[in-house]
Design a protein around this ligand. Structure first.
Ligand SMILES: [Ca+2]
Ligand SMILES: [Ca+2]
Ligand SMILES: [Ca+2]
Length: 297
């Protein structure tokens, strides 16, 4: 059925694992536009008309489990054949149960060029194949936070956004490394979402260390040029190339003036470290400066 001035929505309304389709819109070019709205059910890729809905054009459609009974309901708005603005809510009376997917497992983060690659194992769902599940990832700078990447869910996994937009249909996600600062621990998790928008619980939270220094290189020269602040709390820390802390060179109040600190090439457990690229991070007076170093033996 061809329509324009239209809207569509996808979702598994009969909980059989396949995405069903709701459409609405005009079927003629001139007023009253012959508005049409309908629900088509999907049975393994074959769509059949299941129910006509209030015909509207200039329309908007949303699917959401409004009565929280485990199936998607329909909200439809638009202009009917009389030119009147209407809104209709259709409560789903189906009786097929739907079970949420299992939580993803084996979360891992690996470097991939300029990106970090987030991976996890596929979830399992009772109604649909694993490959048709969607995933929502959250990343935060503290436990259970989502200040880096929002999941569109609350920390307990409950949806705050009833659609499948902004989700990942594969079990990987690439994010640029420079989103994650050196010396910062990041917390992340992921949940699976089925075609009825039912969400698994979040996987047990995992962590990784940021490594980005590009936006800070060069600022340490500025710091040296102005001579530093008054007596201040100073942290001077050495990290390896993977962003793991190696040595605390200073962590306390230093008086105004020049200071010289020497690193003996040993970590905090007094073990000699190997040659390679290291990162020196200075934190003081609310500022942070980083530069790269090469240790050669
Ligand atoms: Ca379906
Ligand atoms: Ca419902
Ligand atoms: Ca399911």
């Amino acid at each position: 059925m061809g329509v324009f001035l239209s809207s569509i929505a996808w979702g598994d309304l009969d909980n059989n694992g396949y995405l069903d389709l709701v459409i609405s819109g005009a079927r003629s070019l001139t007023a009253p536009f012959n508005p049409y709205s309908a629900l088509y059910l999907n049975d393994g890729g074959i769509f059949t008309l299941h129910q006509l809905l209030t015909g509207v054009c200039f329309s908007a459609l949303r699917l959401c489990d409004l009565d929280n009974d485990g199936d998607l309901d329909i909200l439809i708005t638009g202009r009917n054949a009389s030119g009147t603005s209407v809104s209709r809510l259709y409560a789903n009376t189906g009786t097929e149960a739907n079970w949420p997917p299992s939580a993803p497992a084996n979360l891992a983060v690996t470097e991939n060029g300029e990106y970090l690659l987030f991976t996890w194992d596929e979830s399992i769902d009772a109604e649909q194949s694993s490959v048709s599940l969607s995933y929502s990832i959250r990343i935060g700078s503290s436990a259970c936070a989502c200040d880096i990447t929002s999941s569109s869910s609350l920390p307990n996994g409950v949806s705050s956004l009833p659609n499948l937009s902004m989700l990942h249909s594969i079990t990987t996600n690439l994010i640029r490394k420079d989103a994650f600062s050196l010396g910062t621990t990041y917390y992340w998790s992921v949940q699976a979402i089925d075609n009825s928008f039912s969400r698994s619980s979040f996987a047990p939270e995992s962590t990784f260390e940021g490594t980005s220094v590009d936006d800070l290189i060069g600022e340490i020269e500025q710091y040296e040029g102005i001579g530093g602040p008054e007596d201040a709390m100073v942290k001077l820390t050495i990290y390896n190339g993977r962003g793991q802390k190696v040595k605390d060179l200073a962590n306390g109040i230093l008086w105004r003036g020049h200071h010289q600190l020497v690193w003996d090439g040993r970590d905090n457990k007094n073990r000699e470290v190997g040659s390679g690229v290291f990162l020196l991070k200075l934190e003081t007076a609310g500022q942070s400066y980083t530069r790269k170093m090469i240790l050669m033996k």
